[in-house]
Design a protein around this ligand. Structure first.
Ligand SMILES: [Zn+2]
Length: 283
C-alpha cells in the first residue's frame, strides 16, 4: 500500500473499544493523515486532534453521532507536533470545558489550559484504562498509551504503519528512541494503533523490525565511514541509492540522528566546516 493512500477510510471502528477518525491532513510526513482515536464505550477519550484542518471537527462529530455519543470525555495528546496538537483549539471551541492533557516537557507556546500528564498516571474512561508511557526519541515529550483491556498500544509517532519514524535534529534523540523501543518491547502488547496508517496486528513483530532496521542502518553508516564517505550527503547517496531523491532530506535527518548517537557513544567525531557539510570520521 502507498504511504499516502487516498482511499484510506476517513473513519473506522477497529474494535469494540476503539474508533478512528482521520485528521484529513495527508502528506509526505503524515501519510494518509493523522489518526485520532476514540477509546471507550459511551464517553470516549480522544487521543490526538489532527492538525487543525477545518473539516475534522464535523467529521468527528458525525462519527460520534452515528455511535450515539454526544461528546468526547477528554483529550490526551501523544506529543506537541502540530499534526497531533493542532486541532485542540477547534475542539475546545466546539466542546467548551473539554479537558486536554499531555506530558508538559520542554514546551513553549502551548495553547492555554493543557494539563500535565505523567508516565504511569493511568486514565480511567468508560470501560477502559489508558496508561501513558513516556517514549522520547521522536519527540522529547512523547507519550504512548497502553490500553489495558486490549493489551494494545497507541504508539503515536514512535511506531508508524508504512514508514520509519523520523528523529528530528534538536528535540529528537536516537539513543532515547532505541531505549523507548526496548521499553515497549518489554510490555505485553498485541495490536498497535499507530498515529499514521492502518492497525498493526503483530505489535511485537513490528517493534522488533524497527529495532533491527535501526541497527542495520547504524552498521551501514559505520561501513560508509570506513570507506571514507565523510559527509551526510555522500552517505545518503550511497545508503539511500534506491529511494526517490525527494526523500533524501528526510534520509539526511535519519543519518544525522545516527551520527549524533555514535558521537555520544564515542565512536565518531564531527568536524564542522564553514559553508559546507560537516565531515565525520571514525574514532
Ligand atoms: Zn510527530
Amino acid at each position: 500500500m502507498a504511504w499516502i493512500d487516498p482511499d484510506f477510510p476517513r473513519t473506522a471502528t477497529p474494535s469494540d473499544l476503539v474508533g478512528r477518525v482521520l485528521g484529513l491532513n495527508p502528506g509526505m510526513m503524515t501519510g494518509p493523515g493523522t489518526n485520532t482515536y476514540l477509546v471507550g464505550r459511551r464517553q470516549p477519550i480522544l487521543i490526538d486532534t489532527g492538525a487543525g484542518i477545518e473539516g475534522y471537527v464535523p467529521l468527528l462529530e458525525g462519527y460520534l453521532k452515528s455511535h450515539g455519543v454526544e461528546r468526547p470525555l477528554r483529550v490526551v495528546l501523544t506529543h506537541r507536533h502540530v499534526d497531533h496538537l493542532g486541532g485542540v483549539a477547534h475542539l475546545c471551541a466546539r466542546y467548551p470545558g473539554l479537558p486536554v492533557a499531555k506530558m508538559i516537557h520542554r514546551d513553549a507556546g502551548l495553547p492555554g489550559g493543557i494539563e500535565d500528564l505523567r508516565d504511569g498516571q493511568a486514565i480511567e474512561g468508560d470501560g477502559v484504562t489508558l496508561v501513558p508511557i513516556h517514549t522520547p526519541g521522536h519527540a522529547s515529550d512523547h507519550l504512548c498509551y497502553y490500553l489495558v483491556e486490549e493489551k494494545a498500544l497507541f504508539s503515536g509517532d514512535v511506531i508508524l504503519s508504512g514508514s520509519t519514524s523520523v528523529i528530528p535534529a534538536g528535540d529528537g534523540d536516537l539513543a532515547d528512541y532505541m531505549a523507548s523501543l526496548r521499553r515497549l518491547q518489554g510490555l505485553d502488547i498485541r495490536r498497535i494503533y499507530s498515529a499514521h496508517g492502518p492497525v498493526i496486528e503483530d505489535g511485537p513483530g513490528r517493534i522488533q523490525e524497527y529495532i533491527d532496521h535501526r541497527l542495520a542502518r547504524e552498521r551501514q553508516i559505520l561501513e560508509a565511514l570506513g570507506d571514507r564517505l565523510e559527509t551526510i550527503p555522500d552517505m545518503v547517496s550511497r545508503i539511500y541509492a534506491d529511494i526517490s531523491p525527494k526523500l533524501h532530506k528526510v534520509a539526511a535527518m535519519s543519518v544525522e540522528s545516527h551520527l549524533r548517537k555514535l558521537a555520544r557513544d564515542g565512536r565518531v567525531r564531527e568536524h564542522v566546516e564553514p559553508n559546507a557539510p560537516s565531515r565525520w570520521e571514525l574514532l
